[in-house]
Design a protein around this ligand. Structure first.
Ligand SMILES: O=C(O)C1=C[C@@H](OP(=O)(O)O)[C@@H](O)[C@H](O)C1
Ligand SMILES: C=C(OP(=O)(O)O)C(=O)O
Length: 666
C-alpha cells in the first residue's frame, strides 16, 4: 500500500496480463457477521483484508467472538450462537457502512450497552431510517451527535419487550443497507414470523440479493414479495455452512474491466476471482462496459477484457443497480463518442464523500465538461488537446482514487497525480501495486543521485524514494555485495579474476528489503559497510566486465511507479535518459566527519584524519578511472549539502523533481 502524500502515475499506453482481485467487501462483512451470530465454527476463505473488514473483525472480537486468523486469507470464526459474551463495548467502525448499519441492528436486538462510532465522515452518513425501524420494534438507541447520524448509543432491551407482531417499516430510498441490516439481524429474535415493509423506492436492490443469498447459506430462507415485503419465518436459526468462500469484489473488478476497454494494445486483460455468474450485483458493470464497446468474456470466476469499439460509445444509464461501479463509467466516458449520462445516483451523495460533487470536480480538473444535478452526472468526452495533468483530490474515498488512476490512460500522454493514495485501504489496499503488474508505460520515472563517497546520497535517495513511493536502488551496495561475494568465493578483487567476478555479479541473488541488503536471503547490510568492503567495492567496480554484468541487473530495478537510484554513474551510464540527475557533494572535511560518526556509532574505531585521507584517495581513484569515472552528468543539478540538513536536501530534490512534472497546483 502507498502511504505517501501523493502517487504520480505516468501515462499508460497498454495493459495486459492477469490480476487476481481481493475478496468482496459486501460479502466479507456479511459473512463475518452471520458467522459470528451463528452456532458453530465457520471457516471463511479468501476474506478481504482491508480497513472495512478489519473494523468488523475488531468489533466481533470486542463482542467476545473467537476470531482465528489462519493461513493467508482464511479466517475461522467461532460463532456466538446468538449469545453475547461481552454485553458492553465501544466499537469504532471507521467508514464501513457494511459494519455500522448491520451491527447497529444486531446489537440493538442482542441486548447490551454499546457505543458505535466511526471516522468523521461516518458521522455524516445517515442511519436515521434504520434507527427509526429499530425503535418501532422497541429498541433503545440514542444519537450521541447529530440526530439521524452516528455516533450511537445502544441500550439493552429484553426480548420480551420487543414488538414483533406488526410489520416493521423501513425506508429504502437512502441506503439499501438499512434493509440489509434488518434482514441480517432479525433472525436473532424470530420467535414468530417477522415482516419488514419497505417504504419508498428501494435503491441499490442487488445488494439485497447478496444479503438474501448469504442468509440462505446460513440456513435462513426469507420469504419475499418483490422488493416491498420480506418475511423472516418463525424459528429461523443461523446455521453455519462450515466453510464459505468469498468471491473477488465485483466493484474492484470494474477498474480492470475499464482498463481493458481503454488499453489500445498489448493483449487481453484477465481478471480472476469473479465471473459473470457472481452473486454481486456490481458484476452488471460488464453490461454497461459492453454497451460502451468493451469486449468482455467470462467463465467460472474469471473475466477477460479487451478494447472493442473506439472511441467508446456514449451511454445513458440508470445506474441505481450498480452505485459503486458506475463511478468507473464516468471516467470511461471521457473517451466516448458523445456525452454520457449516469442517472438515479442520488445515493452517491451520502457515501464516502459526496461522490457526484467529487467526480464532477476532479473530472473538470482533467479538462472535462461535466454537468451534474441532485441525482445525475453527465460527462462530455475530452479531446486530446484539452486533457490536463491534474492533481486529483481523493476525499478519503477509495473509489475516487481507483477511478482516477484510469485517467493516466489518456491520448495526451499526461501523468496523473493521486493525492492521499492510501484511501484505497478501505477495500483494496494493494490496488496500485496490482495495477502496476498489468500496465505498460513508455517511461518509468527515475531519479539519479550520484556523488562521492560519504556525501549522504544513500540517506537522501532513501528519503526521496520514501516521499514518492518509488523503489530504491543502492547501486553502491551492488559493488559492495559483489566485492563480498568475490571474497567469499576465495577470489581477489583483481583484473586477473574479472571474468569469474562478472559471472558472479550477473546472477547476484540480491534484494533490498526494508532498508536491509540481503544476499541470498542473508542480511549483509553491516558486512558490506566496513571500510575494507568499501575498498573491495571500489576495486571490483573498476573492472569493465563486472560493470557490464551489473548494468542489466540495475536496469531491472526500474519498475513502477518509479525509481530513485543512488551511486556514482547512475546519471552518466546506467540511466542517462533520467529526467532528474542530482550530483551531491559535500566538503571532504564534512564527509569524513559524517563517516566517522557513523562508524563510531557501530563500534568501529577509526580516526578522522585517516578517514579523510581514505576519502580523498578514493575520490581521486573514482574520478580518474577510465571506465565510468565519477563525474556529474552534463545535465545534473549540483547539490552541495555541507550546510544542509537531510530534510532540506530532500526538499530541494523534490522541488527539482516537481519542476520536471506538468502538474499545475490546483
Ligand atoms: O450492502 C452493501 O454491501 C452495500 C450497499 C450499497 O450501499 P447503498 O445501499 O447505501 O447504496 C453500496 O454502495 C455499498 O458499497 C455496499
Ligand atoms: C459506499 C461504499 O461503502 P460502504 O460499505 O461504507 O457503504 C463503497 O464501498 O463504495
Amino acid at each position: 500500500m502507498f502511504s505517501t502524500a501523493f502517487l504520480d502515475l505516468p501515462p499508460f499506453v497498454a495493459a495486459a496480463g492477469t490480476v487476481r482481485l481481493p475478496g468482496s467487501k459486501s460479502i466479507s462483512n456479511r459473512v463475518l457477521l452471520l458467522a459470528a451470530l451463528a452456532e458453530g465454527t465457520t471457516t471463511v476463505h479468501d476474506l478481504l483484508d482491508s480497513d472495512d473488514t478489519r473494523v468488523m473483525l475488531d468489533a466481533l472480537r470486542a463482542l467476545g467472538c473467537g476470531v482465528e486468523l489462519t493461513t493467508g486469507s482464511t479466517v475461522r470464526i467461532h460463532g456466538l450462537n446468538g449469545q453475547l459474551h461481552t454485553p458492553q463495548a465501544t466499537l469504532f467502525l471507521g467508514n464501513a457502512g457494511t459494519a455500522m448499519r448491520p451491527l447497529t441492528a444486531a446489537l440493538s436486538l442482542l441486548g447490551g450497552d454499546f457505543e458505535l462510532s466511526g471516522v468523521p465522515r461516518m458521522h455524516e452518513r445517515p442511519i436515521g431510517d434504520l434507527v427509526d425501524a429499530l425503535t418501532q420494534l422497541g429498541c433503545q438507541i440514542d444519537y450521541l451527535g447529530n440526530p439521524g447520524y452516528p455516533p450511537l448509543r445502544i441500550h439493552p432491551v429484553a426480548p420480551a419487550h420487543l414488538t414483533l407482531d406488526a410489520p416493521i417499516r423501513v425506508r429504502g430510498d437512502v441506503s439499501s443497507q438499512f434493509l440489509t441490516a434488518l434482514l441480517l439481524a432479525l433472525p436473532l429474535v424470530a420467535v414468530r414470523d417477522i415482516t419488514i415493509d419497505v417504504v419508498g423506492e428501494l435503491i441499490s436492490k442487488p445488494y439485497i440479493e447478496i444479503t438474501l443469498n448469504l442468509l440462505a447459506r446460513f440456513g435462513i430462507v426469507v420469504q419475499r414479495d418483490g422488493w416491498q415485503r420480506f418475511t423472516i419465518p418463525a424459528g429461523s436459526r443461523y446455521r453455519s455452512p462450515g466453510e464459505i468462500h468469498v468471491e473477488a469484489d465485483a466493484s474492484s473488478a470494474s477498474y480492470f474491466i475499464a482498463l481493458g476497454a481503454l488499453a489500445a494494445s498489448g493483449g487481453a486483460l484477465r481478471i480472476e476471482g469473479v465471473g459473470a455468474e457472481s452473486i454481486q450485483g456490481d458484476i452488471r458493470f460488464i453490461e454497461a462496459a459492453r454497451q460502451m464497446g468493451a469486449h468482455v468474456e467470462s467463465g467460472p470466476n474469471w473475466l477477460q477484457v479487451a478494447r472493442g469499439a473506439w472511441p467508446l460509445k456514449a451511454i445513458d444509464l440508470d445506474a441505481n443497480h450498480i452505485p459503486d461501479a458506475a463511478m468507473t463509467l464516468a471516467v470511461m466516458a471521457l473517451h466516448a463518442d458523445g456525452p454520457s449520462t449516469l442517472r438515479n445516483i442520488a445515493s452517491w451523495r451520502v457515501k464516502e464523500t459526496d461522490r457526484i460533487d467529487a467526480m464532477a470536480a476532479e473530472l473538470r480538473k482533467l479538462g472535462a465538461m461535466v454537468e451534474d444535478g441532485p441525482d445525475f452526472i453527465r460527462v462530455h468526452p475530452l479531446a486530446a488537446a484539452d486533457w490536463r495533468a491534474a492533481r486529483i483530490k481523493t476525499y478519503d474515498d477509495h473509489r475516487v482514487a481507483m477511478c482516477f488512476s484510469l485517467a493516466a490512460f489518456n491520448p495526451a500522454g499526461l501523468p496523473v497525480r493521486i493525492l492521499d493514495p492510501h484511501c484505497v485501504a478501505k477495500t483494496f489496499p494493494d490496488y496500485f501495486e496490482t495495477l502496476f503488474t498489468v500496465i505498460d508505460v513508455p517511461e518509468v520515472p527515475v531519479i539519479c543521485i550520484d556523488g562521492p563517497t560519504a556525501s549522504g546520497k544513500g540517506t537522501l535517495a532513501v528519503e526521496v524514494a520514501h516521499e514518492l513511493g518509488y523503489h530504491y536502488l543502492d547501486s553502491g551496495s551492488l559493488y559492495r555485495v559483489t566485492g563480498l561475494a568475490t571474497r567469499r568465493k576465495g577470489l581477489e578483487p583483481e583484473p586477473a579474476y574479472e571474468a569469474e567476478i562478472a559471472a558472479l555479479a550477473e546472477t547476484l541473488p540480491l534484494q533490498f528489503v526494508k532498508g536491509k541488503v540481503l544476499l541470498d536471503g542473508e542480511d549483509v547490510s553491516d558486512a558490506i559497510r566496513t571500510e575494507a568492503a568499501g575498498m573491495d567495492a571500489s576495486r571490483v567496480s573498476a573492472l569493465p566486465a563486472v560493470r557490464a554484468a551489473l548494468l542489466a541487473l540495475q536496469k531491472r530495478f526500474r519498475r513502477l511507479p518509479g525509481l530513485v537510484a543512488d551511486g556514482r554513474d547512475m546519471g552518466t551510464v546506467i540511466f542517462p535518459e533520467a529526467r532528474l540527475k542530482v550530483f551531491l557533494t559535500a566538503s571532504a572535511a564534512q564527509r569524513a566527519e559524517r563517516r566517522h560518526k557513523q562508524l563510531i556509532s557501530k563500534g568501529i574505531s577509526t580516526t578522522l584524519d585517516s578517514l579523510r585521507a581514505d576519502l580523498e584517495a578514493r575520490d581521486a581513484r573514482d574520478s580518474s578511472r577510465s571506465v565510468a569515472p565519477l563525474k556529474p552528468a552534463q545535465d545534473a543539478r549540483r547539490l552541495d549539502n555541507s550546510q544542509l540538513s537531510i530534510a532540506q536536501s530532500v526538499e530541494q530534490v523534490l522541488n527539482w523533481w516537481q519542476e520536471t512534472q506538468p502538474f499545475k497546483s490546483s
